[in-house]
Design a protein around this ligand. Structure first.
Ligand code: IVH
Length: 671
């Protein structure tokens, strides 16, 4: 039965108020931001359709939570508002159309900047001295957290006019976001786990929890940061644009995220910038959950004015969720190619950012214990880029008593061999090299994209090939014939033919791929290409001693030992010989002297047009270069694709050579 709008509205208000309290007051949210947004949007819609039901105490008419009793209340001279949300490009275009209507259809200049995932704070400077710092609270009144804020190194105790050109305002109310960097968040949680304290779910909760400490000495030990993004009352100052205001704050010694504030003319550029921020968010040292779009002209800001809860001249573009909440149906153990036993959570399917997630890794027993994750727990799942989704935490308040503690078994779930856990290692391993699970995972790795790259040889076929005893090692794949393939389920003439051609085509490969395909522990794609470039032949790699391996810049003792052990095993040597006898051939490695990237560290930013990013990566590696994902002091070259991200700014600052895609390839033609 359809609910009456009145009762649904009341219900929604109750639920939203409850979650406001968990989020703003207790710093322990029980639902995801995306779910909260859904509830809020639904309430907004119902109230828009039924304006007579809007009441002043509705969460849509107020901002945030109520102040905590334990801190003194501080009244904001100008209310601290919230932002309306845009969830897609259309929402942004609607926002622009609304404003253009108020602006005689004239194009509007906007700024776009990251939406920091922290908490809003107001600093009041009188005569240049920091007098009061407060949280947003309900927008009108917040909590006095001055002592705690004073422990933040990037918040100046007094303003100084860095440029020396102007005077310091008598009164300056400045607003910004206090946040914790990802690295500091991880360090904090690590320490807390040692001290048996519950982990913070994300950097924002950690920042909020750290700031709302009654004892400022605790705050001082947490590494917090602040970026300023706005003002309340300011005496004796008139800026013409938002951007200028930010420059003004910066001149006074306040921290502003200036390089990331982009001026855009019109909404198309805004949308482009928003996508760019979304695509590069993982490269940043701090969490951002969206982009904030503001009208740059102060005159227009004033003209467009405010709504109850938010300014009409700004909007937050929210990124697609990376976290989701669901229930663990069961936990099982998977045996990998090196025998590692990995606990895997089987989930009630949940959609995160457009992808349905059914399984997530729990890493190892230590992680399970530390996070206290049990079967039937309600958990938060996170996916980031291409990596396997992981279970971030369990929501203890949702436990019913039906939860079951999970322990990794003492023997391999596939072959029954007793598992081994080395001192100082978190991972338990099945030591049986003939374990079918290891064979299966090893073969999957052997045929995978970065290795022998055999198209169409999926999981199901591999399992059948092993079950029928057709394949035990990689080389057996090259000995398959039509007759054998036709005995497999779902394989008929045509697919058998395709598979055989794919197998044949894979014989022409590179030395790096081949080394990677062998599945040597600690030898990932990058190390494999380092080895290939250094030794230039499989023979030389096989003969290399530990000392020679260690003399290579990027090879450490673990890898060196693992490689030597692998190549001194007769069965492995025989396998390599068999593979070569089956006709596997390597593309010539270009000689170092001729290659413009030999020994250099290269970073790619923006989208590459002439080939796939992976192909460019391989091209660089084949020519003796290394590809890194972040710009740092050791970066030699930055390749500039279309719509570059923040890496460009960083490379400029570090004076790293920057070259566009075309010119990069031209160097190779000349060489
Ligand atoms: S401007 C009048 N800029 O997002 C609106 N807010 O829901 C002033 N936030 O309360 C906000 N980064 O805590 C602005 N670059 C940024 C921001 C930002 C994060 C937060 C802030 C605000 C909330 C909006």
């Amino acid at each position: 039965m359809q609910k009456e709008p009145k009762s649904e509205i009341e219900e929604l208000r109750k639920v939203i108020k409850y979650h406001n309290d968990r989020y703003y007051v207790r710093d322990t949210p029980e639902i995801l931001d995306s779910e909260y947004d859904k509830l809020f949007q639904r309430l907004l819609l119902l109230e828009r359709e039924n304006p007579e039901l809007v009441t002043p105490d509705s969460p849509t008419q107020k901002v945030g939570g109520v102040p905590l009793k334990t801190f003194d209340a501080v009244k904001h001279s100008v209310p601290m508002l919230s932002l309306e949300n845009a969830f897609n490009d259309d929402d942004l275009r609607d926002f622009d159309s609304r404003l253009k209507k108020l602006n005689n259809s004239r194009i509007i200049e906007y700024t776009v900047e990251p939406k920091m995932d922290g908490l809003a704070i107001e600093l009041v400077y009188e005569g240049g001295k920091l007098k009061v710092a407060s949280t947003r609270g309900d927008g009108a009144t917040g909590e006095n957290v001055t002592d705690n804020i004073k422990t933040i190194l990037t918040v100046p105790m007094s303003l100084h006019d860095i440029s020396g050109s102007g005077s310091i305002p008598r009164l300056l109310e400045v607003r910004g976001e206090v946040y914790m960097e990802k690295q500091d968040f991880e360090n904090l949680n690590r320490t807390r786990s040692v001290e048996n304290m519950p982990a913070f779910a994300n950097p924002r909760n950690a920042a909020a929890g750290s700031l709302r400490q009654l004892d400022a000495r605790v705050t001082a030990r947490r590494r917090l940061n602040m970026f300023c993004y706005g003002t309340g009352t300011v005496s004796d100052y008139g800026a013409e644009t938002y951007y200028e205001t930010m420059l003004f704050l910066q001149r006074l010694g306040l921290r502003v995220n200036r390089p990331m504030i982009k001026i855009c003319s019109g909404i198309d550029e805004v949308i482009e910038r928003c996508h760019e921020f979304e695509n590069t968010r993982n490269d940043l040292p701090f969490e951002i959950d969206g982009a904030v779009i503001k009208v740059n002209s102060m005159e227009l800001q004033e003209k467009f004015g405010l709504k109850t809860r938010s300014p009409r001249w700004a909007i937050a573009y929210k990124f697609k969720a990376v976290q989701g909440m669901t229930v663990i149906k069961n936990i099982d153990v998977q045996v990998g190619r090196t025998g590692a036993l990995t606990p895997v959570a089987y989930l009630e399917p949940v959609e995160i950012g457009g992808v349905t997630i059914r399984r997530a890794t729990l890493h190892n027993q230590e992680e399970i214990d530390k996070k206290d994750i049990r079967i039937h727990d309600t958990v938060i799942i996170q996916r980031a880029g291409d990596v396997i989704p992981e279970v971030v935490e369990s929501i203890k308040s949702k436990r019913t008593g039906d939860e079951k503690i999970f322990r990794i078994p003492d023997s391999c779930p596939v072959c029954g061999t007793e598992v081994i856990k080395k001192e100082g290692e978190a991972v338990a391993r099945c030591p049986n090299k003939k374990c079918p699970a290891q064979l299966n995972a090893g073969l999957k790795h052997f045929v995978s994209k970065g290795a022998m790259n055999i198209d169409g040889l999926g999981d199901k076929i591999i399992t059948q090939l092993i079950d029928k005893d057709f394949v035990k090692r990689g080389v057996d794949i090259y000995r398959l014939d039509r007759e054998k393939l036709l005995q497999l389920d779902k394989i008929e003439e045509k697919s058998a033919g395709n598979l055989l051609s794919a197998i044949e085509a894979s014989k022409e490969t590179t030395l790096a791929r081949f080394i990677f395909a062998l599945g040597i522990r600690h030898v990932g794609e990058h190390v494999a290409s380092v080895l290939a470039n250094h030794f230039k032949s499989i023979d030389a790699v096989q003969k290399a001693g530990e000392e020679e391996l260690l003399s290579i810049k990027e090879i450490g003792p673990q890898t060196a030992e693992s490689a030597v052990t692998y190549f001194s095993d007769d069965a492995n040597t025989a396998h390599i010989n068999d593979l070569l006898n089956e006709g596997i051939k390597f593309e010539e490695i270009e000689s170092d002297e001729e290659s413009p990237v030999a020994g250099k560290t290269v970073v790619i930013t923006g989208s590459i047009t002439s080939m796939k990013r992976d192909e460019l990566k391989e091209f660089i590696q084949r020519n003796g270069g290394r590809v890194s994902s972040a710009v740092g002091k050791s970066t030699d070259i930055l390749i500039l694709g279309e719509n570059p991200g923040s890496k460009l700014e960083k490379a400029k600052k570090l004076r790293i050579e920057i070259i566009d895609e075309d010119n990069f390839f031209n160097r190779f033609k000349l060489g």
